[in-house]
Design a protein around this ligand. Structure first.
Ligand SMILES: Cc1cc2nc3c(=O)[nH]c(=O)nc-3n(C[C@H](O)[C@H](O)[C@H](O)COP(=O)(O)O)c2cc1C
Length: 321
C-alpha cells in the first residue's frame, strides 16, 4: 500500500511531539536498521512515521569486541555494540540519502563533552534532520550512562546543544535504562529546563548474561544492554512516573514493543509516541504497518477519534508506589 493511502487509512493515529507532526506514533529506535540509509528508508516504507539514526559521534568508533548481540528467551536481546560508527563526516551521505526522500530523520548524537555533542548536533541540523536525539544513556559505554544519570551533566549537554543549534531544531533526550525512577524524573526535568523538547524513555538496561560451561559473559564486553519484552514493564513505569511528575514536554516510550496493544499501554501511562527497536529485529520492519493496523482496529472498537486522547488516561487511583 502506498504511504499516502496508509496514512488515510490510519488517520486516527496522527501525533505531535512538540513541533514535530507525524502521521502515526511509531518511530524506528536508534541502532536498529539505522546504520545505513537503506535500513532507514526500508523502515519508513514499511510504516515507521520517523526513523532515528544509529548514534553517531564526532570521531569514528570501532565498538566492542564480539559477540556483540545475543538472543535471550522470549524475544528479548542483550547487546554490547559499543556504538560503532564512522564518525559524523562519513555518516552524512547516509543521512542525506534518507532526508532527500523527505523522510523525517531524527539524528542520534553522542559526545565526550557538551561541546562535542553540540558539534555533532550542528552537523546533523545542517544535514536537514527533523530533530536531534541525545544519547546520554548507553549502558555499555560507561561515561554516557553516568552522564544521563546526572541531572547537572545532562543539563549542560542540552543547554550547549540548544544554544549551538540556535533553538532551531527540537532536541530530544534519551534517558538511561534504570529503575531509579526519582533520578530519571530529576534528569528529565533538568533536560526540560535546559530546553529539551521531549524525553525518550528508555535506553537498554545494564545487565549480565553468562555461559555456564566457559563461565564467561556471553557478550564480548561483559556488561550489555537488555532490550525487548523483558524491559517493557520497567519502561512503562518510567513513562508513568515521568508523566505523573508534572513534566510538560512530551514523553516518547520505548522498550519491548511488539504489538498495537503494547503501544496503547505506553499511551495510557503517558506517552505521546513510541520507538521500536528489538521488535524490528525479531519481527521484521513490517512490524510498523502491523502495529498501526492493530491501533486503528482498537480505536474503532473503542470509538476513539484520535490516539492523542489516550495519553495519560490510565485509571491510576489504584496504583500504590
Ligand atoms: C542492537 C541494538 C543497538 C542499539 N544501538 C543504539 C544506539 O546506537 N543508540 C541508542 O540510543 N540506542 C541504541 N539501542 C537502544 C534502542 O534504541 C532502544 O532504546 C532499546 O533497545 C529499547 O527498545 P526495544 O526493546 O524496542 O529494543 C540499541 C538497541 C539494540 C537492540
Amino acid at each position: 500500500m502506498a504511504v499516502k493511502d496508509r496514512e488515510k487509512k490510519n488517520s486516527r493515529l496522527k501525533v505531535k511531539i512538540g513541533s514535530v507532526k507525524l502521521p502515526n506514533p511509531t518511530i524506528l529506535a536508534s541502532g536498529v536498521l539505522g546504520v545505513a540509509a537503506g535500513g532507514l528508508i526500508r523502515a519508513w516504507k514499511d510504516g515507521a512515521a520517523a526513523v532515528v539514526t544509529k548514534t553517531v559521534g564526532l570521531q569514528p568508533r570501532s565498538g566492542h569486541p564480539g559477540p556483540r548481540i545475543v538472543g535471550l528467551y522470549g524475544n528479548s536481546l542483550m547487546n554490547a555494540m559499543g556504538i560503532p560508527n564512522p564518525g559524523i563526516e562519513d555518516y552524512l551521505p547516509e543521512i542525506n540519502a534518507a532526508v532527500n526522500q523527505s523522510i523525517p530523520v531524527i539524528g542520534s548524537a553522542l559526545g565526550s563533552s557538551p561541546e562535542e555533542f553540540a558539534k555533532v548536533a550542528v552537523a546533523l541540523r545542517k544535514a536537514g534532520v527533523t530533530a536531534i536525539e541525545l544519547n546520554v544513556s548507553c549502558p555499555h559505554v560507561g561515561s554516557l550512562y553516568l552522564l544521563g544519570m546526572d541531572p547537572q551533566s545532562t543539563s549542560a549537554v542540552v543547554s550547549q546543544v540548544v544554544k549551538q543549534t540556535e533553538k532551531e531544531i527540537p532536541v530530544w533526550v534519551k534517558l538511561p535504562g534504570s529503575t531509579d525512577y526519582p533520578r530519571l524524573v530529576q534528569v528529565a526535568k533538568a533536560a526540560e529546563k535546559a530546553g529539551a523538547s521531549a524525553v525518550v524513555a528508555l535506553n537498554t538496561l545494564p545487565a549480565l548474561a553468562l555461559d555456564v560451561e566457559s563461565r564467561r559473559p556471553l557478550l564480548g564486553a561483559g556488561i550489555g544492554g537488555l532490550s525487548g519484552p523483558a524491559i517493557k514493564p520497567i519502561a512503562i513505569r518510567a513513562v508513568w512516573e515521568l508523566y505523573q511528575s508534572g513534566l510538560t514536554i512530551p514523553i516518547i516510550g520505548v522498550g519491548g514493543i511488539l504489538t498495537g496493544q503494547d503501544v496503547i499501554e505506553y499511551f495510557l501511562a503517558g506517552a505521546s509516541a513510541v520507538e521500536i527497536g528489538t521488535g524490528v529485529l525479531t519481527r521484521g520492519s513490517t512490524i510498523f504497518t502491523q502495529i498501526c493496523d492493530e491501533l486503528t482496529e482498537y480505536m474503532k472498537r473503542h470509538r476513539i477519534k484520535r490516539i492523542t486522547q489516550l495519553t495519560g488516561r490510565m485509571k491510576s487511583q489504584d496504583v500504590k508506589t
